[in-house]
Design a protein around this ligand. Sequence first.
Ligand SMILES: [Ca+2]
Ligand SMILES: [Ca+2]
Ligand SMILES: [Ca+2]
Ligand SMILES: [Ca+2]
Length: 317
Amino acid sequence: MIRDLAKLLRRATVAVMIAAFMIAAIRPTPANAACIPAPTAGNDTITCDAANDTVNALGGNDTVTFIGTTGDEAAELWPGRGVFTGKGFLVTADSAESITVIAGGGNDTAHLYDSEGNDRFRAGPDWAKLKGEGFLIRALDFPTVRAYATQGGVDVARLFDSPGNDRFEATPEYGRLYGNGFDNRAESFRYTHGYARNGGDDTANLYDSEGDDRFRATPDWAKLYGDGFYTRAVAFPTVYASATRGGIDVARLFDSALDDYLEAGEDWVRLFNEDPQLAFSIAAAGFESVKASSSGQNDLKDVDPNALDWLVAKGWQ
Ligand SMILES: [Ca+2]
Ligand SMILES: [Ca+2]
Ligand SMILES: [Ca+2]
Ligand SMILES: [Ca+2]
């Protein structure tokens, strides 16, 4: 009798264990609530960790922040919408007026897409933001950022340098400013400006279009523009402008108040000054016509006679 009871108990225990195991097996894994708190119809501030989730921020003026890991991740951001992916996760946010993604380390890449309206893109070595009517999208600490202005409107990009040695590269199609640990690129913006005000030995390379273009440069700034594009390099000590893609391209170079130098070869010209207070170099190659101004009495030139076919260098000694 007692033995029967013990047997029964043992069987019951096994049955309970099996049942418990089955319940554990079929119960869903704990909800993967990467984004908290849950959105409301009002203004929400939501934070999403690197886990699978989809959040719709609903009405109101909402802010969503994605937090990355030390792994390599990718962010794609549109006005109101963001997708953030990494190893084993994908998190999506919709209806968010402001979206910020923090890379958190790793070799992360962000793509920012414009609206149909007039948008502004600004980016420095560890931040980038694209802003337009009713939206703001930001990528922080991303080594690689690409912004696209393909939806219409008059869009402006401003790229800022680091304290180190940086390069700015601009064509009618894109502007790119990059240096140690960062690479920011703006594609198809109507206006693209690069700034080198943070120190270092920075270089700008500006490239022309297939049409007729204009290049104007002073010791402080240089701009190259033509049909549908405008690129400008501000405060770069070294600037190269290249006109090799066709059209009738015209350049105008302005000297400084100090004693400057003008050099020219068969198809290139360089206006420069090596004074430590104001070291600058502006070079232009391949232009059909160049005029170089001299504003002082002691500006010196060293010009290939063949260059005088396309170069006007009045006042240079
Ligand atoms: Ca990361
Ligand atoms: Ca736009
Ligand atoms: Ca710099
Ligand atoms: Ca051209």
